[in-house]
Ligand binder design. Sequence first.
Ligand code: Z57
Length: 819
Amino acid sequence: MPKNGQTQQFNKAAFQAAVEKHLTTTYATTDETASTRSWYLAMGKALAEISTGNLLATEKNLAEQKARSVNYLSLEFLIGRLTGNNLISMGLYENVAEAMEEMGQNLTDLLEEERDPALGNGGLGRLAACFMDSLAAQEYPAVGYGLHYEYGLFRQSFVDGRQVEAPDAWRGIEGYPWEVLRPELSQQVSLYGHVEGYTDENGVECRRWVPAMSVEGVAWDLPIVGYDNKSVYPLRLWECRSNAPFNLARFNDGDYVGAQYSALEAGNVTKVLYPNDNHDQGKALRLMQQYFHCACSVADILRRHEAAGNTIESLSKLETIQLNDTHPTIAIPELMRILLDEYKLGWEKAWEISSKTFAYTNHTLLPEALETWSEALIHQMLPRHMEIIFEINHRFMKQVEQTWPSNNEVKRKLSIIQEGPQRMVRMANLCVVSTYAVNGVAALHSELVKRDLFPEFNEIFPGRLTNVTNGVTPRRWIKYCNPGLSALISEKVGNDWPANLEKIAGLEKFADDAAFQKRYMAVKKENKQRLADWVEENMGIELDTDAIFDIQIKRLHEYKRQHLNLLNILALYHRLLNDPTFDMHPRVFFFGAKAAPGYALAKDIIFAINKVAEKVNNDPRLGGKLKVVFIPDYRVSLAEILFPAADVSEQISTAGKEASGTGNMKFAMNGALTIGTMDGANVEMREEVGDENIFIFGLLVDEVQKLKQEGYDPYRYYHADSLLRAALDLLETDEFTPGNPGQLAAIRHNLLEGGDPYLVLADFADYVKTQEKIDAEYRDQKTWARKAILNTALMSKFSSDRSIRDYANNIWKLEPVSL
Ligand code: Z57
């Protein structure tokens, strides 16, 4: 197989003819009149023809080989724009640029026409996208299963500093050029109704679900193109068509009433992505989305399995199903239902197959993010599934009784059913009981899963709880988004590093090479200029690229502590104006973050940062030393400009709260130095780069737990630290909201009267001190360059290729199959 080159045969004339054909036949325009958008769409369609051919060839080969596959089930895939990335994976970037140039079109301009498919909220969805890329790059047989939301994550704008949400019609009016409808893969999904017992032809007592209605699931495939190989895997997204197939007979017999209907009244099941990150809202329509996703996906897995000529008994040998968080947990009782009620396998056999098929990834310890569903809701929407969940729990409780006889406390703790005024189903407990592997997403997080979240589960299922540290794809997050750095890396270590990131360690020996340092920093400067140009053009703010570019981009959440960053900015503002001896290197603080629409404090923090930015950016007394830029509508395509332009990466969550983080890895690869707590994957990044090349501050997990136990008093810090006091008190004034004092006071109130649940005040002093250290070290550009180069060089562990190999070797037992 040709490596590092064009992996697809490319016939320029044929390609141009295909673009022409789509221009005229698909989009009804001509090469004389077509808009840039139509050109982009026609080019996309012509490319999708190539990838669809390879997708079908890959499917056929894997079925013939009876290859073991992983099925990655996720409610979110935050894939970002596909065209540029797929061109790189296909090795066609240059060819297509030339072909389009000959047709009078500039490829860079065409690529800018693509909207981000924002089919995810943040880290969890983006991880799923990196994982699909790494599965394909390494040819581990895989299918990604998700939902074809009509509207992705809302678009964000600011009106007088406040977040305003608008719907995200990511497919436009024309549809997305890369998606291909698979009409032959449609599924019917049942809902509501009741369960009845009956005696079958052999005299065996059986149960069956008599649903009240059904909806149709339609499959759309997006191609996941393997980097530098021919394999293309499907990301299969289910769209719900719920208008037609109401079962009128059931509708009329009164089986199906008011409350049942209400979830669907909200519109089609797959109308919109729920915009919460790390928070469970417990809405009936969301449960319906989850079940719809699982029912379609499990049915499709069984269809593929049987179409390849395999028996149901061999399911767990040939297929494994990875649950991305608890969101697709209902797939477990769904598979059990099919094995029990349709295949009539009997409980023991069905359980053996099912529990050897599923594995589960935990992405959070935050209590508010751990999903529970009311028994009543599940019973109403999915009555047979509720029965099966009870049976799973009943058998598990017997096992608990054997391990801890007559111990009601441990039973109450481990039970899948949480007793109370209304009984709730704990989805995480259901997962741990019903899967063969449970993993956390960074070493620290996985230890805390064992120690704090599931200690007894770790005893009763020894070896089941494990770790796979997250990673990110070096194709999108270095090669595609940072061409300057990529050229430099290739020059020093050869050009096969995007598929073999271990190779970038070869940069280490150039860390002290003055000429290399200069070129490395020149690339950084160009990337900072690219970002500064974007900010100037889109926000009208002028920036100096000699300033330190300090960036915090991630969902807005108290535990991520954007308000700690804000307090330091307020402290700098205060000192610049009040302390004549104080000096600082010019710095631009960038933020990018969406707040869940119902998360009031998160929205208050956005408002406060915007108001502070407005004042600070226009205050001549600051001498241009301090700038604050809140990038609106942060998304993957803006991340691609932001990561390469960073000098400083903000990873400042309260220790123990950020399961891993993945932006931290993208920054470091692109040569930003991290200021971070001992949380999530920061801990492992420090191990890789060494303590001198990362700025660690703040309380450790055990110190956080101890402080909380002893009774944490935020006022103690407020009274003891005059700089902190000055910063907090600024929030009470009208300094940033002239004529309207108190508009920013909610944050101060939360931190003082509200008890400061994430220990912002406790970590403030160390954070400020560490920022001062960064300020001092940046002034020595040689030392800074050395550290930045070492960050790039020592990040190979955090390639998602390594993560996927860990899953394949330690959990899935999966082998690559090349096409
Ligand atoms: C989400 O983005 C994450 C966890 C969740 O439970 C939900 Br819901 C959404 C994130 C974690 O917060 C990050 O720390 C982690 O890096 C990411 O998932 C991928 O594992």
